[in-house]
Write a protein that binds this ligand. Structure first.
Ligand code: PRX
Length: 572
């Protein structure tokens, strides 16, 4: 018998099958202020409209610092602060459509800045604070960002590339900017100069509110643009997948540098007026459990690697805590092993609801719902309003249980608007007529549940972070000892995958453990703390096509001891 976990009780979505038949996207319009004549703007819907009703004094954000202090903000306070910030930005010369980067740790200023930017019609560009100077430079140059909001220590990290950031006019510094130069201004001053009653700018549904850089299997990261109309799907899924309710305290553990941390760490839940928790510190099992217990978290959205780390921390630790308030748990970002779902049942006595989506999709698409049976290991079924399928290269649906490309009928509300300054990469997603091709391989079973099999390309997922081999290879070959590099994702029990690099050295360099460490550190400090190769293997040569492209597929097959496949294009 197939393993299934029945629903405990239905949530906000009472009947999935009925919703599949009846639901229309336009039925969501009435949830927003713009449908009653207000300005069309995600910031207004997330914050300002709540500040005009009884939620004015409701806590919008508990921002917990790395040292466990907490700062609380009501919707009323955030409305004023973000209004001030929006208008302060305009006084600095920012205009609608500007790309404005937020390079901060998870502090309350990050949230204020993100909402403030979108309020004045800017395109906010959140950057994970683990990024190194080279990664930030690539993104800033690609998007011609005009402003940065950052902190003194992160600004200093950018010093090696500051001269290259030619389009940036001002760095807005959270904290002291003394000695940081003329291009900097204090966040406090920008807030101080602004108007607390500033009104959100009216935007078109297809105007972008955010640019998220994400990796593909080729080239440097690309800027995915999401539109203000994403609010429709983010509202809907926050309500029916995250199952959020008025009284909830909700914690999304993802960093706003990634799409989960904005679509469901900021906007979606705030469209519903939900109280959010944000924690600045790094992962630590005891601290995480304490947050759930002490803040009475009711809905928790996290990721498989974190859950696996909690599993490793041991069942005894869980028993020290009281999770009686926790009602609903969801996961995203990488395959959620059946084993973890079973652990959730056994130890947390909670079902863990997997959700599948991507930066490019802007919101959840294939999910598990409180009202539906979970099949451990499956990503679930498409949200009402969306058609998902598994197709072959001609766009023809394959039979149940047969592997193929995970595909979606284009046109869901939060689908990306485009890739910044790169139409050809945008078009690649639609190469199979009638479908958006996600880049994942999957199958669908007889009950319509989707199962993830792997990526169809070379994209790496390490601890849930998406990484392109090309970025890592480009960083590696900057190292003086490295001649060539080929990078793959190597399966790893804890992290899903780790980055493994195969490297040929320049003639005057000899392989050594010291050199491996040196190379890892080089990537860590230039590209990103999470992007360095945890494994390095020095080789005499790399498999290449006759045109000189490194065949990562062959490296991976060799690493996994699998058949090497078609080698007819191999150089020798
Ligand atoms: O390969 C799939 C994997 O993560 C990719 C999208 O990554 P990113 O744009 O960083 O977005 C992550 C969070 C929205 C997908 O193409 N992925 C995401 N969710 C799942 C998943 N793989 C398996 N199961 C999932 N639930």
């Amino acid at each position: 018998m197939e393993e299934t976990i029945p629903p405990k009780q239905a949530g906000n979505l009472q009947d999935y099958e009925a919703a599949l038949k009846e639901f229309t996207w336009s039925s969501v319009d009435k949830e927003f202020d713009w449908s009653k004549g207000g300005a069309y703007n995600v910031a207004r819907e997330a914050i300002d409209r709540h500040a005009q009703n009884w939620r004015k004094n409701k806590i919008a954000l508990y921002s917990i610092t790395a040292t466990n202090e907490v700062r609380k903000y009501t919707f009323g306070e955030l409305s004023e602060l973000t209004g001030r910030f929006a208008s302060g930005l305009e006084k600095l010369g920012a205009v609608k459509g500007d790309r404005i980067f937020v390079f901060l740790d998870r502090t309350s200023e990050l949230y204020i800045a993100m909402i403030g930017i979108t309020k004045m019609g800017g395109i906010s560009g959140p950057l994970f604070s683990a990024l190194g100077p080279e990664a930030v430079k690539d993104r800033a140059l690609d998007s011609s960002a005009r402003f940065f909001i950052t902190s003194p220590y992160l600004y200093k990290r950018l010093e090696p590339v500051l001269d290259d950031l030619v389009d940036v006019e001002k760095f807005i510094i959270v904290g002291d900017n003394e000695g940081l130069g003329e291009k900097t201004v204090k966040f406090e001053e920008v807030i101080g100069s602004g108007d607390p009653n500033y009104q959100a700018v009216n935007m078109a549904p297809t105007d972008p509110y955010i640019i998220h850089y994400t990796s593909g299997s080729t080239g440097k990261p690309k800027g995915v643009l999401l539109g203000h109309k994403s609010m429709i799907q983010q509202w809907y899924t926050s309500r029916y997948v995250l199952d959020l309710r008025e009284e909830d305290t909700y914690w999304c553990t993802a960093d706003p540098g990634w799409v989960t941390g904005t679509s469901y760490g900021i906007f979606g839940p705030w469209f519903l007026g939900t109280t959010l928790i944000s924690y600045e510190g790094r992962f630590d099992a005891r601290t995480w459990y304490s947050i759930i217990q002490n803040y009475g978290v009711t809905v928790w959205y996290t990721a498989p690697t974190a859950l696996r780390m909690l599993m490793r921390a041991g069942d005894d630790l869980v028993r020290e805590f009281n999770f009686s308030k926790l009602r609903h748990v969801c996961s995203v970002g990488e395959p959620l092993n059946a084993e973890v779902v079973r652990w959730g049942m056994r130890v947390l006595d909670r079902r863990i609801h997997d959700t599948w989506w991507q930066t490019e999709t802007g919101a959840q698409l294939i999910c598990n719902y409180p009202c539906m049976a979970i099949k451990p290991g499956s990503m679930g079924r498409p949200i009402p309003g969306v058609i998902a399928a598994v197709v072959d290269e001609n766009g023809v649906e394959v039979p149940p249980k047969k592997e193929g490309f995970l595909a979606l009928r284009p046109g869901w509300p939060s689908m990306m608007l485009g890739i910044w300054r790169n139409t050809s990469r945008f078009k690649e997603y639609f190469r199979v007529p009638g479908w958006y091709i996600a880049g994942d391989q999957a199958y669908k079973d007889e009950d319509g549940y989707f199962w993830f099999l792997g990526r169809a390309d070379d994209v790496i997922k390490t601890s849930g972070e998406r990484l392109g081999p090309f970025e890592v290879e480009s960083a590696l070959i900057e190292h003086p000892a490295v001649a060539e590099a080929g990078v793959i994702g190597k399966p790893d029990e804890l992290r899903g995958e780790i980055v493994k690099a195969f490297i040929t050295l320049r003639p005057e360099h000899k392989p050594s453990e010291q050199l491996k460490e040196d190379i890892s550190k080089f990537v860590k400090t230039r590209l990103a703390y999470y992007a360095y190769p945890r494994e390095i293997e020095f080789v005499d040569s790399l498999p290449k096509t006759r045109s000189g492209k490194i065949m990562r597929r062959v490296l991976k097959a060799k690493e996994l001891g699998q058949p090497l496949g078609d080698l007819s294009t191999l150089e020798d």
